[in-house]
Design a protein around this ligand. Sequence first.
Ligand code: F1P
Length: 357
Amino acid sequence: MAERGFHTFSEINSQPDVWAATLAEFQSLVPALDRFWQRHSIQRIICTGCGSTYYLSLVAASLFQALRHIPTQARPASEVVLFPEVVQLGDASTLLVTISRSGETTETLDAVEVFREQAGGPVLAITCYGDSSLARRADFVLTASAAQEESVAQTRSFSSMTVLAEALAGHLAGLDAGTILRPLPAIARRLMDEYRSLAQTLGETMAIQRFFFLGTGFLYGMACEAMLKMKEMSLSYSEAFHTLEFRHGPMSMVDEHSLVIGLLSEGAQRHEMAVLEQMQRAGAHVLALSEKETGCADAARWHEVVLHSELPTWARTVAYLPVLHLLAYHRAMANQQNPDRPARLDAVVTLKSLLIS
Ligand code: F1P
């Protein structure tokens, strides 16, 4: 049996190579993707998934809206199944983008069935398994085959499927996504090298007992995913909020045992920084992740990860994640948990179909 955390650690570290393989796989699918897109006249998109892949749906929806300007919403698959009238499934001009590492999650498969019946539009799947039940039900499949995992908690699978979502949104917006995203593997490698010991130190600082992940725009879904990783792997108190929402109640939980992790955008950085500085003054430890230095690096209890990606904002979205994976891994190890097999979790949730009464 592998030693505690072995698979999670190697899957986190393999991300640069796996992202490169995923980008190559995307490029090979572009001609078929173009044919698929031309066959349908898509006016609206619904993105769906469960758990991590619901959070990836939030990221994907924001990318489609900002880059391709198509009205898009993200919903957990169970909401699509149980409340189609709330989601408003639309008609054949609506595209359902389903995201699932395994391609076997019951709620996601049920969502496809309900959408097919009620809207009749095309279905695009993003998954790590091209031969899964979801892939077989979809009209078009984007796969990140190299990102399949041994561990229960999604790390390289999530980030590689995010790379696919970025590539898809960029390509549909008429950009040369393959070229724009090509530096991502080298950026991830550099960031993990540079900030590995910071992630370990913070993960092992047991005076920190609460983790708050804050993000805006494209980065809100990433903050949610980083929150889930911390929770699943290490069983720690961990929450995610839209950055400026944090002042509206949640900040009452902040004290000197808190780490407030800000995934800073460029457009709203001034406002996001004001929240982080306020929390630092309230006694919290702060970890700021941003494209450029924040100018606060010397402040007490202030730590930062500087991306220096020089990528457009949408393209750098995924680059925030690997260092936060390392943070969750080190806290899991410090908490004596096994991040490969988190307590009470299965890699795939398979249920009796929600559609059977
Ligand atoms: C979704 C998921 C995971 C979660 C847990 C159960 O799986 O909810 O996000 O970590 O292990 O399954 P999938 O549909 O993406 O395979």
